[in-house]
Write a protein that binds this ligand. Structure first.
Ligand SMILES: NC(=O)c1ccc[n+]([C@@H]2O[C@H](COP(=O)([O-])OP(=O)(O)OC[C@H]3O[C@@H](n4cnc5c(N)ncnc54)[C@H](O)[C@@H]3O)[C@@H](O)[C@H]2O)c1
Length: 411
């Protein structure tokens, strides 16, 4: 019933505006038609014209007032503005009230329920016996029933939701310079790591942890500092086993002993060494030490537990947390790499500045959606939900070819 009238009321309400004050907006007749007054017109003037078929002249003022009272007696509603109504109450039909409600609802929707048009806070002024001021929502329910109130709120909720989503996406993406990801433009992002490489490789993604979040991907941040935090993460403590091969190539003796330490652990490696060498013969020891080319074997012992897959585990890095108060590997460890003749820069925390150009990005604040993005065919996901480092959105790219490395800096 209300719906049928909305289109007409919408046009008229839009024409007159949803304004406050005594604007003498309209009369609503007993069958529910809304008669808008000309701007500046008065209710008595309109009532007089309606009842007498002519304009009032000087001396008709009292009759004009009586004409207005007569319409009220007949069950008309005098609409001062979209939230102020005057009626005698007893003989007002439901159709007439429906039209009044439609007028108010239209203004609530047009004003997105802000401030004075918030249905719970905004007031309707009724010059109706026994009922003076009530909230917009109460007014709609009282005169239009529960269905009308549901209609009032459902439209607002949809509008509010749509606006919230637009705001969240718009603000987040623009604020973080991520807009280009949804527009197919190049975007600058950062990646923190301890690894050195010239191309990203999806196969390096460590499923154990990332499966809890987005699944395999290449993880990037719009903020360098956040990428730096990831570079220094406990998760990145530990050297790739290829480090052993590297040392073997540059220093075969030291590399071989490091390999033994990694495979057998400190105790067994040293025991085996003592068995192999003649403990009583210092020459044997000197000959072995010479194969290390000046590398202190104790350094190699300290280093071994930090090689991934090593028999002994490091003292630090086992907290299970990505970050903690003393996050990252200890500095002496990197210095040890230099001391044994490796280039520690290859293994130190660093931040890659990259450019990314993707075609199909999912923007979501739901971890469950982010997790499904890859299998749903997206090549990128921007996650801006809860549990973010520093509240900064994270980007996961699922195709390494869409990432170009521009710069690598030690962190
Ligand atoms: N690393 C970041 O800058 C970053 C940014 C945003 C979010 N995150 C979050 O941190 C978690 C772990 O991220 P991650 O980056 O450690 O991913 P990950 O745990 O999957 O580890 C993959 C590792 O492989 C490395 N790698 C990539 N290509 C390589 C190649 N060609 N050669 C050698 N190594 C290569 C990466 O640098 C990374 O260290 C993710 O779940 C994500 O939520 C990380």
């Amino acid at each position: 019933m209300i719906t049928a009238r909305l289109a007409m009321v919408a046009r008229l309400a839009a024409a007159v505006g949803c304004v406050r004050g005594n604007t003498s907006l309209a009369w609503i007749d007993p069958v529910g038609r809304t008669h808008f007054l000309v701007p500046g017109g008065s209710h008595p003037y309109w009532a007089f014209v309606h009842l007498n078929g002519r304009k009032p002249v000087f001396g008709d003022r009292k009759d004009a007032m009586n004409a207005a009272d007569q319409l009220l007696e007949e069950g008309w509603i005098r609409v001062v503005n979209s939230r102020t109504f005057h009626a005698l109450g007893r003989n007002v039909s439901s159709k007439t009230w429906d039209a009044a409600i439609a007028l108010t609802m239209q203004c609530v929707w047009a004003n997105r329920a802000r401030g004075e048009w918030n249905p719970e806070k905004g007031k309707v002024h009724l010059d109706v016996p026994n009922s003076k001021v009530m909230s917009i929502a109460d007014f709609v329910r009282h005169y239009g029933g529960q269905k009308a109130e549901d209609q009032l709120f459902s439209r607002i909720r949809t509008a509010r939701l749509a606006m919230a989503v637009r705001l969240a996406r718009g603000l987040t993406l623009e604020h973080w310079n991520l807009q280009g990801l949804v527009e197919g433009r190049i975007v600058l992002l950062y990646h923190g790591t301890t690894k050195t490489f010239s191309r990203f490789d999806m196969n390096k993604s460590r499923g154990d942890l990332v499966n809890k979040f987005y699944g395999k991907g290449i993880f990037l941040s719009p903020r360098k500092a956040v990428a730096g935090q990831y570079a220094d993460a406990n998760r990145n403590i530990g050297f790739d086993p290829s480090l052993v091969g590297e040392l073997k190539r540059s220093n075969p003796g030291a590399g071989a002993f490091l390999e033994a330490l990694v495979q057998k652990g400190h105790q067994k490696a040293w025991e085996d060494l003592e068995t192999d060498l003649d403990l009583q013969n210092p020459d044997d020891w000197s000959a072995w030490e010479a194969t290390l080319r000046g590398v202190d074997p104790n350094r190699l012992s300290d280093l071994a537990p930090y090689i991934l897959g090593s028999k002994d585990k490091p003292e630090r890095g086992g907290s299970g947390l990505i970050f903690d108060q003393s996050t990252g590997a200890p500095d002496w460890l990197y210095n040890s790499l230099d001391a044994v003749g490796l280039d520690s820069n290859q293994y130190r925390p660093k931040v890659y500045t990259v450019s990314v150009k993707v075609e199909n990005t999912l923007v979501t604040d739901k971890a469950s959606e982010a997790k499904k993005a890859r299998s749903s065919g997206y090549d990128c996901v921007v996650y801006h939900g809860s549990n973010l480092v520093g509240g900064v959105p994270e980007v996961a790219v699922f195709d390494a070819n869409k990432i170009k490395i521009l710069k690598v800096e030690q962190w």
